[in-house]
Design a protein around this ligand. Structure first.
Ligand SMILES: NC(=O)c1ccc[n+]([C@@H]2O[C@H](COP(=O)([O-])OP(=O)(O)OC[C@H]3O[C@@H](n4cnc5c(N)ncnc54)[C@H](OP(=O)(O)O)[C@@H]3O)[C@@H](O)[C@H]2O)c1
Length: 395
């Protein structure tokens, strides 16, 4: 049975304001925003001042609010808010991937103990309904891998480089001007945003939560014309890809790394700020979901979907965690990579198991070979400081 939803909204930025708009246009859900908590007192808003509060307790302690929607851009503060709301018996919808990727295990336990719900479909791929699909439809052990372009900003940059011949700096500047990339773009281009989303997806896809610092994220900020030329000559595009792979019945692996992608792959044609996710399983082979991964209205629509789900008392069951044998996260297997380097000192960091192709030039050199993921993970903190570029290869 539907219940009336009285929302306490945290954040009235890109997503919060869009959600407010989307909610007004939805006739199917009996929900209204009672109060909005924001940070800056003297900021101009599109609503009357009396709709806002600057004190989070005004929402957390309001007995009439039965759903909190958390859409702020501060992960630490979001964690405090979400935790206190759940402790206070209020269910929560959140879009905060960074906060979730760091605290999901604890928050899953907390919502169980407090008999509340925490929904976050908007956090993983904007408007693409990946979490609930994985939780509900792929609720068996057939799923073998999830491969996705999960970050719109870096995909936009790579599209401009490959389709329009822009250089990296110009493409990045354009992405920033259009509002796709942050003024500090490291979160996007160095793969952190994709990593956070992958951690959330893995928790639902295979039932194991892994801390972000235990997973490799390497992005596109070190890409050079040489790498782009290499990819073009071999008929590849480079895409920043997050991958989750079940290795066998006992274990799985995951990582975020640029990938050399051939034209016959679904993700080859995911361009600009769009996201695309390929789910592969036993018997059904591959399925592909495509859509807007960010932006106020697409993300606001995903949040609306979680609000509607709450009006039907929906909560994630975490079936894989509860009823399946826990899969172990492993990094001791080999992956095939392209490594471009300029000095032997930089090259010496990498312990290849097998070298398949090698080219030594006056400036740039490259190796294609197999290396243990654990070796790359060990280098996670220094990779962007070396004059190298890495890309995953799988034909
Ligand atoms: N933008 C997207 O396309 C997108 C897509 C998926 C998920 N998300 C996630 O959605 C969340 C919001 O993103 P956004 O793009 O809407 O951010 P934003 O435009 O920067 O807006 C952030 C909002 O949070 C408020 N805020 C910050 N700290 C606060 C605090 N301590 N207490 C109360 N309010 C606070 C700000 O208040 P003031 O207005 O007073 O500054 C502002 O209204 C983030 O977690 C983001 O990762 C965003």
């Amino acid at each position: 049975m539907n219940q009336k939803i009285n929302i306490g909204l945290f954040g009235y930025g890109v997503v919060g304001e869009s959600l407010h708009h989307v909610l007004k246009h939805s006739k199917t859900v009996d929900a209204g925003v009672r109060k909005i908590c924001v940070k800056q007192k003297d900021k101009k808003r599109s609503l009357e001042q009396n709709e806002f509060t600057f004190n989070k307790d005004d929402i957390i302690n309001d007995q009439n609010i039965n759903l909190v929607v958390e859409l702020i851009d501060d992960a630490d503060e979001a964690y405090d808010i979400v935790k206190r709301c759940l402790q206070n018996k209020k269910s929560v919808v959140s879009g905060n991937k960074k906060m979730l990727a760091h605290h999901l295990d604890e928050l899953i336990d907390l919502q169980e103990k407090t008999d509340t719900a925490l929904l976050y479909d908007a956090s993983a791929c904007g408007s693409i309904p990946i979490i609930r699909n994985i939780e509900e439809y792929y609720d068996n052990d057939l799923l073998k891998s999830v491969t996705g372009i999960l970050n719109g900003s870096s995909n936009y940059i790579l599209s401009k480089i490959f389709n329009e011949g822009l250089d990296y700096d110009t493409a990045l500047k354009q992405a920033q001007e259009l509002g796709f990339a942050e003024s500090n773009p490291g979160l996007d281009v160095d793969g952190f945003d994709s990593l956070y989303k992958l951690i959330i997806i893995a928790t639902h896809a295979l039932g194991t939560f892994v801390k972000p610092n235990e997973v490799l994220n390497y992005g596109i900020s070190n890409i050079k014309e040489y790498d782009i030329q290499f990819a073009r000559e071999k008929n590849f595009k480079i895409k920043l890809v997050a991958q989750l792979i079940k290795l066998n019945d006992e274990s799985f692996t995951m990582f975020v790394i640029p990938r050399l992608v051939r034209p016959d792959k679904y993700i080859y044609n995911v361009e600009d700020e769009y996201n695309g996710v390929v789910i592969q399983g036993e018997f059904y082979d591959k399925q592909f979901m495509f859509g807007k991964g960010a932006g106020g209205y697409p993300t606001g629509s995903a949040v609306l979907s979680d609000i509607t789900a709450r009006s039907h008392n929906y909560k994630y069951e975490y079936k894989k965690q509860k009823y399946f044998k826990k899969l172990e996260y492993r990094t001791d297997h080999e992956i095939e990579i392209y490594l471009r380097y300029n000095s032997m000192v930089d090259f010496s960091y990498f312990e290849f198991e097998t070298i398949l192709e090698k080219y030594s030039g006056i400036g740039n050199s490259y190796i294609i070979g197999k290396i243990k993921l654990a070796n790359l993970l060990k280098l996670k903190a220094v990779l962007t400081k070396l004059d190298v570029f890495l890309a995953y290869i799988r034909n």
